[in-house]
Design a protein around this ligand. Structure first.
Ligand code: NDP
Length: 475
C-alpha cells in the first residue's frame, strides 16, 4: 500500500533526523511529523470539548436568552440538572435531515457540474481552472474556481423564494437551527473519518501524506494534504468554501427574517451584521483563486480540524451575532452604528489591501508597484521532499513592511466591529473576537514555525527586517 510505504519512509526520516541531531530539515514544511505533549493535550481537549462548546452556545440562546452564565449557575446550584437542559433540546428531525441533505447535495452539484462562467463577464474576477501552490511533494493541483457563481445562484434562488416562490419560509434555518446542528455534526464527523481512512488506504497522493503515529493527532490535523475524489472533487476547497461559507450569509438572512417575523422590523444592528459579514463572504468568493495560496490550502492537511470545523464550528459560531440579535433586537444610536460601520469597513480595507499586496507581488514575481514604489523583498529558497530546489520572495514593503501579518490585524478589526454591533448586554456575541484573536495569534506562531523550517536562514533575515507580527511596535 502506497500510504504504508510513505508511513515507513516517515519513520526512517524521523530516525535520520534524530541521528543528525537537527530539528527540522528543509522540505519538511506543512504540519508536524512529531507530536509534543502540549499539542496532544490541546487536540484531545478540542476533540472532547469543541462540539460541547458549540452546543453550549446555541443552547444558551435557545433556553437562556443567550446568557452564558445562567446555565452554569443553574447546574451549580442544582436548580436544573443536565437532563433538564438536554430534554428541552430539540432532537434530530426528518425535516432537518432532508433540508441538510438537499443543501449539501445542491452545493456538490453547483461545485461539480457547472464550470465557472462568472470570469467570462465580470472584469477583474479570476475564476475557472486555476493552479494551487507547489505541495511538499512537488505537486501542483488544479482547481475549478466557481464559488462566486455557486454563491450567486444560491442567493438568487433564496431571494426568489422569499419574494414570490414561497416554497419555504425564509426563517427556515433559524426554525431548524438545533436539529440542523446534529446534521452538520454527522457530516463533519463522517467526512473527517472518511478522510482518515482514505489517507491510510487510498490516498490521492501518497507522497503528500503525513503520519505521526499518533491516532488523535492524525485524526485532528489530517493525513492527506489534498484529498480528492476523482480529478476535481477537492475536499479542502469544497468543505472550506461550501457548504459552510455559502451558508453564512443565508443564515444571517434567516436571522434577519426571524427578527422581522417576531418584532415587525429588522434592527440597524442586524443590518450591520448582515452587511459587514456579507462583504467578508463575498470577498472570499471574489478572491477564491487567491484562497488557493492561503495556509488552509498550502499548509494544512485535511482532518477533523478542517472537516468538522467547516461543517459545524464555522456556520454555528461565526453567526452568533445574528442569532443573538434575534433574541436581543438591539437598535443602535446613529453614532454607535456609524462607528461600527467605519471600524468594519476600515478593517476590511486593511485585510483586503494587505492580502492583495502579497498576491500581486507573488503573481508578478515582484514586477509590480506597492504604494507607487517598486517592492522591497528578501530572496529565499526551499527544497521539496524530492530534493528539488525552489526560489521565492518575501515582501517587506507596503503593509508587509509594517508587520508580518497585518492582514490578520485588519481581520481582527472587522471581527470586533461585528461584535460591537450587538451592544454591550451580553458576552456571547463577543465570543467571535475572542476566538479570532486566539486563532490568528496561534496561526501567526504556527505559520512562522512552518516558514522558519521551510526557509531556514532566509526567514531569519526576513524577521529581522520586519520585527513585529500584528501591531508595529507592540507585538
Ligand atoms: P497569509 O495569507 O498571510 O499566508 C501566509 C503565507 O504567506 C506564509 O505561509 C508564506 O507562505 C507567505 N508569506 C508570509 N509572509 C510573506 C511575505 N512577506 N511575502 C510574501 N509571502 C509571504 O495567511 P493565511 O493563509 O492564514 O490567511 C489569509 C487570510 O485569511 C488572512 O487575511 C486571514 O486574516 C484570513 N483568515 C480568516 C480566517 C477566518 O476564520 N475568518 C481563518 C484564517 C485566515 P509561502 O510558503 O508561500 O512563502
Amino acid at each position: 500500500m502506497a500510504a504504508h510505504q510513505e508511513k515507513k519512509l516517515a519513520e526512517e526520516r524521523k530516525h535520520k533526523t534524530m541521528q543528525n541531531g537537527t530539528k527540522a530539515s528543509q522540505g519538511q514544511w506543512g504540519r508536524a511529523w512529531e507530536v509534543d505533549w502540549f499539542s496532544l493535550a490541546s487536540i484531545l481537549f478540542l476533540l472532547m470539548f469543541a462540539p460541547l462548546i458549540v452546543y453550549y452556545f446555541i443552547m444558551s440562546c435557545a433556553q437562556y436568552q443567550c446568557s452564558l452564565t445562567e446555565p452554569l449557575l443553574d447546574l451549580l446550584t442544582s436548580s436544573k440538572h443536565l437532563s433538564d437542559i438536554w430534554n428541552r433540546t430539540p432532537m434530530l428531525t426528518c425535516r432537518a435531515a432532508g433540508i441538510y441533505s438537499l443543501w449539501v447535495t445542491f452545493q456538490v452539484v453547483l461545485y461539480m457540474s457547472i464550470p465557472d462562467f462568472c470570469h467570462k463577464f465580470l472584469p477583474g474576477y479570476v475564476g475557472g481552472v486555476q493552479e494551487g501552490a507547489v505541495t511538499p511533494a512537488g505537486v501542483v493541483n488544479k482547481y475549478e474556481i466557481n464559488g462566486l457563481q455557486a454563491w450567486i445562484i444560491t442567493h438568487v434562488l433564496w431571494f426568489a423564494n422569499a419574494s414570490f416562490l414561497h416554497f419555504f419560509s425564509p426563517t427556515i434555518i433559524f426554525d431548524n437551527w438545533i436539529p440542523l446542528l446534529w446534521c452538520a455534526n454527522i457530516l463533519g464527523y463522517a467526512v473527517s473519518t472518511f478522510a482518515m481512512i482514505k489517507g491510510y488506504f487510498f490516498p490521492t497522493n501518497a507522497k503528500d501524506c503525513k503520519f505521526t503515529g499518533n491516532f488523535f493527532y492524525d485524526y485532528m490535523m489530517g493525513i492527506e494534504f489534498n484529498p480528492r475524489i476523482g480529478k476535481w472533487f477537492d475536499f479542502k476547497l469544497f468543505f472550506n468554501g461550501r457548504p459552510g461559507i455559502v451558508a453564512w450569509t443565508l443564515i444571517n438572512l434567516s436571522f434577519a427574517a426571524k427578527q422581522q417575523e417576531l418584532y415587525g422590523e429588522v434592527t440597524n444592528s442586524m443590518i450591520l451584521v448582515n452587511v459587514l459579514q456579507g462583504i467578508y463572504v463575498l470577498d472570499f468568493f471574489w478572491n477564491e483563486a487567491w484562497y488557493l495560496k492561503t495556509i488552509d490550502i498550502c499548509h494544512d492537511h485535511f482532518g477533523w480540524y478542517l472537516g468538522w470545523g467547516d461543517c459545524v464550528w464555522l456556520p454555528y459560531l461565526y453567526t452568533l451575532q445574528g442569532l443573538y440579535l434575534v433574541y436581543h433586537p438591539v437598535q443602535l444610536c446613529t453614532a454607535h452604528a456609524v462607528g461600527v460601520l467605519t471600524l468594519g469597513l476600515l478593517g476590511y480595507y486593511i485585510f483586503r489591501a494587505t492580502n492583495h499586496q502579497k498576491d500581486l507581488f507573488r503573481r508578478t514575481n515582484g514586477a509590480c508597484r506597492i504604494w507607487g514604489k517598486r517592492p522591497q523583498y528578501i530572496e529565499c529558497s526551499y527544497t521539496s521532499v524530492d530534493g528539488a530546489k525552489y526560489y521565492s520572495k518575501l515582501l517587506t514593503s507596503g503593509f508587509w513592511g509594517w508587520a508580518r501579518h497585518f492582514n490578520y490585524t485588519g481581520d481582527l478589526m472587522g471581527s470586533l466591529a461585528y461584535c460591537l454591533a450587538c451592544g454591550f448586554g451580553h458576552i456571547l456575541p463577543y465570543f467571535y473576537i475572542i476566538y479570532m484573536s486566539i486563532l490568528l495569534t496561534h496561526r501567526c506562531v504556527r505559520d512562522e514555525h512552518r516558514c522558519s523550517s521551510k526557509y531556514g536562514k532566509d526567514w531569519d533575515r526576513y524577521t529581522a527586517a520586519v520585527p513585529y507580527r500584528l501591531l508595529p511596535g507592540v507585538f
